[in-house]
Structure formats: structure tokens, C-alpha cells
Ligand binder design. Structure first.
Ligand code: ADE
Length: 446
């Protein structure tokens, strides 16, 4: 078990890493100019004055820039990890030094530590929840409905009570998996407060999910395997924004890329973009490197791994560790060796071995450091403005009840416009005639 140190407003691994963490946060800040501009506005206008925000996010240097921005806007922020492996220990050590920020996170936390940290956030009575994967929202809801799940017993042990959800005005969700869970909750009538779908806004989807995931996933696979990608057969499961990003980057490095899909539109798009599409039963036999990006469970199963080549590398970049059935592999394997931190080799009865990266958890954040600051600049600017929007519109939002709400277009346009300015991208402007043309219907075939 990883050792932790606790104080009034933190539980982290090692405070002596703070100086190193601060340097990395400063580095990220330099690469996040849009969030920097929002921070300046927040400092002046204090739109979050007195607001308590509970955030369950990957605790990276980019997240540190987000939470300090929210704090500079007047909020008190309580942060815990949204994945047991993604916390950067130096970054959270640096955050313990910040006023009005509490942080409960360390790399390689066990399940008890994970839910103790969530309890430490929700017992501070946040009014806004910011989630990456929906664990904060579901924990609050399960507490409220008296669930007997072991995680709920853990949060209760650390002081969390059913009434805490009543403090929440609304939430914001960062990732696709979280949105899938929220929509399922809303459909069941189980969701009790509104949540903004930050994940679905174009400035998140089209950059973070696509190019952010594309680069950081390849980064994680390379740090784990140190293998050449060129000449390899690289199988990507799922051709949503994330899978597409991984496929494009793997092809760029010289791999032959095969896509597996369940959706005919996504499959057609992949084919139009020059990729092969095959079922996993066929792709399993051909691939050298596998990466799942579906948000669904049981995508690579034992029956697939049994037919893979000797030494095939299996990884996942989806939010939860359910896409590759590592549990079944572990049971069936005759030998298990840790090659290095987060790289495991399983030898099967047939004599062949499978290399599993990060235990099937998200490879981009567990083996690498997540998306680059330049893309998180967009997603976290959306999150900062979402928190401001929730605060300004809390009564209207609360009245909506348990629904998933789109981020207003003007937030998305503001973030995109500021990013263009930061990158020195100059745009054309519509002339008055063009504006009239686009808003009218009378001009047709001349
Ligand atoms: N999700 C993906 N990359 C991330 C990063 N660098 N920080 C926080 N959340 C992330």
C-alpha cells in the first residue's frame, strides 16, 4: 500500500515533491493561455466568490491550473482523483501549499483510499460538482438512495451522509464515459440534479478527445513498450473521437491500422478515411498492438487474447478498466511477471504471452501524463466557464432537475475565439451582404 501524509486540507503521498510539482504547474500554465485570460477576468470579477466546488478529476499539472483558476475566481475547491493511477504526486504536493484548495489524491491509491478521498470532498458540502467519469455524482446519488455498495459503505465510514447531495446546484462532466452514465441515470429517473455536458461541446470533443487522446495514448504505449510503431499492425477498438485520434496518430507513425466497431456509421467513416475494419475475432490474430477506446466493457476478451500473436501488447485508453478482460487473463495465465512499473507479461497455457499495459487502466494517464496542456487549455476553459454559468444560473438550472444540459454555444465560441487569438489565427468577417444572404431564403438559382 502506498504511504500517505495527511493534514487539515490534504492527503497526498509526499510533500517534499512540492517544488518539482510547482515547476511543472508553471510550465502547464504557460501553455494554457485561454485559461490564463479567464483567470485574469475571474480575479477582477470574482464570479465564484464564496462558492464551494467539489472536483473529481485526474490530478495533473493541467488540473492544477484549472483549480487555481477557479480559486482565483473566488471559489473554495476540494479536489480528489478520478482514477487511482493518474495522479501526479509532485503536482498534488504543490497544491497543498495553495490557499482555499484542498487535495486528496496520490498515485496508485487502493479502492479504500479512492473512496475516502471522495468522502473528503463531499463532506465539505460542495455546491458544484465537476467530474471526470461521474464517480462523484454517482457516489452522491447512491448515498442518497441508501445503496449498500461497498464504496458507499466506505464513504459513510469517512463521514459522508445522504443529505450532502442537497447542497449541490448542478454539475459538469468532463468525459464521454461520464456522459454515458449520466444519460443512463437521467433515463432511469435516477439523476436528481442537472449536469452540464462539458465533454460534448465542440471545443472539448474536436480537440481534447481527438488530438489529445491521439497523442497521449501513443505516448503511454511508447513509454510502456519502447517499441517501434512503424511496420506494426495496430488495432484500435472504437472509432469515436478518441479512437479516431489514436488511429490517425498510429498510422502517422507507420503502423497498418485496423479498426473494430459495432456502429455502421463509425465503421463507414473509418473505411472512407482509409482504415480496415474487421471484427475483433479476426483482428486479434493480426495485431501486434491493441488499444481499446470504446467506453464499453469486455471488448478484448480471453477468447480473443488466446488467438493473439506471442508478445502482443494490449492496452486501453477508455475511462474505466473494463474494456480489456484482464481479470480473465490473470485467471487463465500460467505465469504473471511484472516487466517494469505498469507493464505486465502473462504467459498462457498455449505458451504464448500477452503484454498488458497499466493493468488495462487508461494508458495515456497511467503510463504517460495525459493530454498536452495546449488541448487541456480548451477543455478546462470550458469547465471554468461552466462553473461560472452554473453559479449565475443556479436557480434556473436547479428547476430543471435531473437532466444532462448542453454547454451554451456562447461559452464554446468564446473559448474557440480566445484560442485562435492566442495562436495568432486571424479570421475573415462576414460582410453585411453575406450576413443578409445567410439569414435569408429568397435568393436561389439565378
Ligand atoms: N484528461 C486527459 N488528459 C488530462 C490531463 N492532462 N489533465 C487532466 N485530465 C486529463
Amino acid at each position: 500500500m502506498v504511504k500517505t501524509v495527511t493534514g487539515e486540507n490534504y492527503e497526498v503521498h509526499d510533500l517534499s515533491l512540492a517544488e518539482k510539482g510547482q515547476k511543472r504547474i508553471d510550465w502547464a500554465r504557460k501553455h494554457m493561455p485561454v485559461l490564463g485570460q479567464i483567470r485574469e477576468e475571474f480575479k477582477k470579477e470574482q464570479p465564484l466568490k464564496g462558492v464551494k466546488i467539489g472536483a473529481c478529476l485526474h490530478c495533473t499539472k493541467e488540473t492544477a491550473v484549472l483549480v487555481t483558476t477557479l480559486r482565483d475566481g473566488g471559489a473554495e475547491v476540494f479536489l480528489c482523483a478520478s482514477n487511482p493511477l493518474s495522479t501526479q504526486d509532485d503536482v498534488v504536493a504543490a497544491l497543498t501549499k495553495e490557499k482555499n484548495i484542498s487535495v486528496y489524491a496520490w498515485h496508485d491509491m487502493d479502492n479504500e483510499g479512492y473512496y475516502r478521498s471522495i468522502a473528503n470532498v463531499i463532506t465539505k458540502k460542495p455546491q458544484i460538482s465537476i467530474d471526470d467519469g461521474c464517480d462523484l455524482v454517482t457516489t452522491l446519488h447512491k448515498l442518497k438512495n441508501g445503496s449498500k455498495d461497498p464504496e458507499i459503505e466506505t464513504v459513510k465510514k469517512y463521514g459522508a451522509t445522504a443529505d450532502l447531495m442537497d447542497n449541490i446546484w448542478a454539475g459538469a462532466e468532463e468525459t464521454t464515459t461520464g456522459i454515458i452514465r449520466l444519460r443512463a441515470m437521467a433515463k432511469d429517473g435516477a439523476l436528481k440534479y442537472p449536469v452540464l455536458a462539458t465533454n460534448d461541446t465542440p471545443t472539448k470533443q474536436e480537440y481534447d478527445n481527438l488530438w489529445g487522446t491521439g497523442q497521449s495514448t501513443i505516448d503511454g504505449i511508447l513509454r510502456g513498450t519502447e517499441e517501434l510503431i512503424a511496420s506494426k499492425v495496430f488495432v484500435v477498438s472504437g472509432y469515436g473521437h478518441c479512437g479516431r485520434g489514436v488511429a490517425i496518430r498510429a498510422r502517422g507513425l507507420g503502423a497498418r491500422v485496423i479498426i473494430t466497431e459495432i456502429d455502421p456509421h463509425a465503421a463507414l467513416t473509418a473505411v472512407m478515411e482509409g482504415f480496415e475494419v474487421k471484427p475483433m475475432t479476426e483482428a486479434a490474430k493480426e495485431g501486434d498492438i491493441f488499444c481499446t477506446a470504446t467506453g464499453c466493457k469486455g471488448v478484448i476478451r480471453l477468447e480473443h487474447m488466446e488467438t493473439m500473436k506471442d508478445g502482443a501488447v494490449v492496452s486501453n485508453t477508455g475511462h474505466f478498466s473494463v474494456e480489456v478482460d484482464v481479470v480473465a487473463l490473470e485467471k487463465a495465465a500460467v505465469k504473471h511477471e511484472e516487466i517494469k512499473h505498469m507493464v505486465d507479461r502473462y504467459t498462457m497455457k498455449n505458451g504464448k504471452s500477452i503484454i498488458v499495459l497499466a493493468g488495462g487502466r487508461l494508458v495515456n494517464l497511467a503510463l504517460a501524463t495525459g493530454h498536452a496542456a495546449e488541448v487541456m487549455d480548451l477543455s478546462f476553459s470550458d469547465q471554468a466557464l461552466a462553473a461560472e454559468y452554473i453559479t449565475k444560473n443556479k436557480n434556473d438550472l436547479k428547476a430543471k432537475g435531473g437532466v444532462v444540459v448542453d454547454i451554451p454555444d456562447d461559452i464554446d465560441i468564446k473559448v474557440a475565439t480566445l484560442k485562435c487569438k492566442a495562436l495568432g489565427i486571424n479570421l475573415d468577417k462576414l460582410t453585411p451582404e453575406q450576413e443578409k444572404y445567410l439569414s435569408g431564403w429568397s435568393e436561389g438559382t439565378a
